[in-house]
Design a protein around this ligand. Structure first.
Ligand SMILES: [Zn+2]
Ligand SMILES: [Zn+2]
Length: 351
């Protein structure tokens, strides 16, 4: 298949496998990239606004109309750590992120190992891979994940807390308003896209790839836990640094950072899960990265559009599947891989 990456100048008059006309690549990449960023941030703001109202409403019903639920919860957490800012910053943050990550992944591990409930297997992005996930593979991923989350993450968390303290990021006192949290998370998202895209591209440099990033790419069909299956240097440089930069730059409250870290961990777990489930963000782009290696380095797709590192992806059936699944019919059924051989066979049959 011709690839716009390999040719200078505009790439025109191509058709995607789905039959849709492809874009005149280089002319509109910047505009499309900005449009994509605006769409992602705008959608995130809307979702948060909607979720906020719903969550508040439920909280008020359950906890006797207390508008201070989150403030009280945070105060209790802070007291639990003897109101020690470093303790809650290092140990508290590690415990919280660890719990969120393993709770989300325990469901995926069960599904990957047992194949139950079997009705969910039809949502697999690469249906013939990891069905079931071998126990020796699971053990290998778990060991590296645990190593990164303790031996690597704890000293990194300690350094981050020192920087946050120096930056004046509050740990106690009043929580920020919801509107401010919303704005901060939108900013964090863009900072993470910048940090992750460029650090990830750097990791694909031959000098680094062979010794560092190759480990993460042992998995051409990832599973949820693979999100933290990486060389320690990569775990710091690409998994931890881009998400902590936002809260440091914005001088955010630690509670906001916790919310943000939970979102990051859930998002990367979904991106690596190997399943395109209904009503969850599409994992197709990052799954395609694991399959093809030189496509989709970013998270949002904003910088991939700008740099044209998604050209092959956009010309593939996976791109058509890269949307929010809003029905129970799997994407692989709605947009199957079309092979020229198959269509010839079908044409022969109908003749
Ligand atoms: Zn990955
Ligand atoms: Zn990579």
């Amino acid at each position: 298949m011709a690839d716009c990456n390999t040719k200078p100048g505009p790439c025109i008059a191509k058709k995607t496998p789905g039959g849709q006309p492809a874009e005149k690549m280089n002319y509109s990449q910047l505009f499309e990239s900005v449009k994509k960023a605006a769409f992602v941030v705008g959608t995130a703001l809307l979702v948060f606004a909607a979720a906020r109202n719903t969550i508040t409403w439920h909280m008020q019903r359950f906890w006797g109309a207390s508008g201070d639920f989150w403030q009280t919860t945070w105060n209790n957490i802070y007291s639990l750590f003897n109101e020690d800012e470093m303790l809650v910053g290092v140990v508290g943050t590690t415990m919280f992120t660890f719990t969120v990550f393993w709770l989300a992944n325990s469901f995926l591990i069960f599904l990957d190992v047992t194949g139950m409930p079997s009705s969910l297997l039809r949502y697999k992005v690469q249906p013939d891979k990891n069905t079931p996930l071998a126990m020796k593979d699971l053990k290998k991923i778990c060991l590296r994940a645990l190593f990164n989350q303790t031996v690597v993450a704890l000293p990194m968390s300690f350094c981050t807390c020192l920087v946050m303290k120096w930056r004046g990021c509050p740990v106690s006192g009043d929580l920020p308003t919801f509107q401010w949290v919303l704005l901060e998370i939108a900013v964090f998202t863009l900072i993470e896209e910048l940090g992750f895209y460029y650090s990830h591209r750097l990791l694909h440099h031959p000098a680094l790839y062979k010794y560092v990033h190759k480990i993460h790419h042992e998995w051409t069909a990832p599973v949820g836990l693979v999100s933290v299956y990486a060389h320690p240097l990569e775990h710091v440089m690409s998994n931890m640094l881009p998400p902590v930069l936002g809260p440091i730059i914005m001088g955010s409250h630690l509670a906001t950072s916790w919310l943000w870290f939970a979102l990051v961990l859930l998002s990367t777990t979904v991106a690596h899960s190997g399943y395109h489930f209904p009503f969850l963000p599409s994992p197709e782009a990052h799954d395609f990265h694991h399959l093809k290696f030189n496509q989709n380095y970013g998270i949002l797709g904003v910088l991939d559009r700008l740099h044209g590192t998604d050209n092959l992806f956009r010309a593939s059936p996976a791109y058509e599947r890269h949307i929010l699944l809003l029905s129970r019919v799997p994407m692989s059924v709605q947009y199957p891989d079309s092979s020229p051989k198959k269509s010839t066979k079908n044409e022969e049959k109908t003749e």
